[in-house]
Write a protein that binds this ligand. Structure first.
Ligand SMILES: Nc1ncnc2c1ncn2[C@@H]1O[C@H](COP(=O)(O)OP(=O)(O)OP(=O)(O)O)[C@@H](O)[C@H]1O
Length: 231
């Protein structure tokens, strides 16, 4: 196993500039490490900072202190303070993120949305579309929907499109925010199988799973963020 993410003494608070600069403390000096082939569940009660932690690793939120090192193309990169171009490159090749909600450009069809990360990696459009079709079939998205924008799809369909888009590029590191939240039993099992396959090929996975059974099925260990909560 080799280390893919190293979080070193990271602290985070939010400052609410439009509410008298009030400060909301979240973490103090959090330390964490994630290696290839692991699937780690972030745990802690609602509001303890699981999503915040994940967004800091994805560089959506800044850290107030500490370093987050990502293994990218054989090099250790500190994502805290990386320039936007480096962050985009890390996201393109190394760090996948499946959020709970689909955020897409209106009027772009589902096949194009799902195949886009694979094309960005340099695969041919034909191969990427074939891979997208295979994933959408596996995730039971009916073929009649493939050319439509997913914005009008049901919650569960949108989540599955998000998952297909997240898994197509076979990222070395994957961040999963409640990947099974609005799915029925069959689709939930399909997503768990995709996670198992990703683990087997050596992806390092960090997830938030409120679904305890899903967590027990795929996670190799848990990491409780409450232990680093600041007050
Ligand atoms: N953008 C933001 N601006 C201000 N405060 C925020 C922001 N995002 C999160 N917080 C605060 O940080 C704390 C942690 O929130 P976070 O969403 O990370 O928790 P969580 O453990 O993921 O919760 P849940 O399980 O309910 O999704 C909360 O007190 C929340 O209000």
């Amino acid at each position: 196993m080799s280390e893919m993410i190293h979080v070193d003494n990271v602290s985070k608070h939010f400052t609410l500039h439009n509410q008298g600069s009030m400060t909301i403390p979240v973490f103090s000096k959090i330390n964490f490490s994630l290696s290839t082939g692991e699937c780690v569940a972030l745990t802690g009660e609602s509001g303890s900072g699981k999503s915040t932690f994940m967004r800091m690793i994805y560089a959506n939120y800044i850290c107030n202190e500490g370093e987050i090192t990502i293994r990218h193309q054989g090099q250790d990169m500190n994502i805290v303070g990386a320039d936007p171009h480096e962050i985009l490159e890390i996201r393109k090749r190394t760090l996948g993120y499946v959020s709970q909600f689909l955020r897409v450009i209106p009027r772009v069809g589902t096949l194009d949305i799902v195949s886009e990360p694979s094309i960005a990696l340099g695969n041919s459009k034909k191969d990427a579309i074939e891979a997208a079709k295979a994933l959408l079939t596996k995730l039971r998205i009916p073929e009649r929907l493939w050319n439509l924008s997913p914005l009008t799809f049901s919650g569960g369909e949108q989540q599955r499109v998000n998952i297909a888009r997240g898994f197509i590029a076979e990222y070395p590191i994957m961040l999963l925010d409640e990947p099974t939240a609005s799915l029925d039993a069959k689709n939930r099992q399909t997503v768990l199988d995709l996670i198992e396959t990703a683990k087997d090929r050596g992806s390092a996975i960090l997830g938030i799973f409120h679904d305890q059974e899903a967590r027990d099925a795929v996670c190799t260990r848990s990491f409780d963020v409450t232990q680093f909560q600041s007050t």
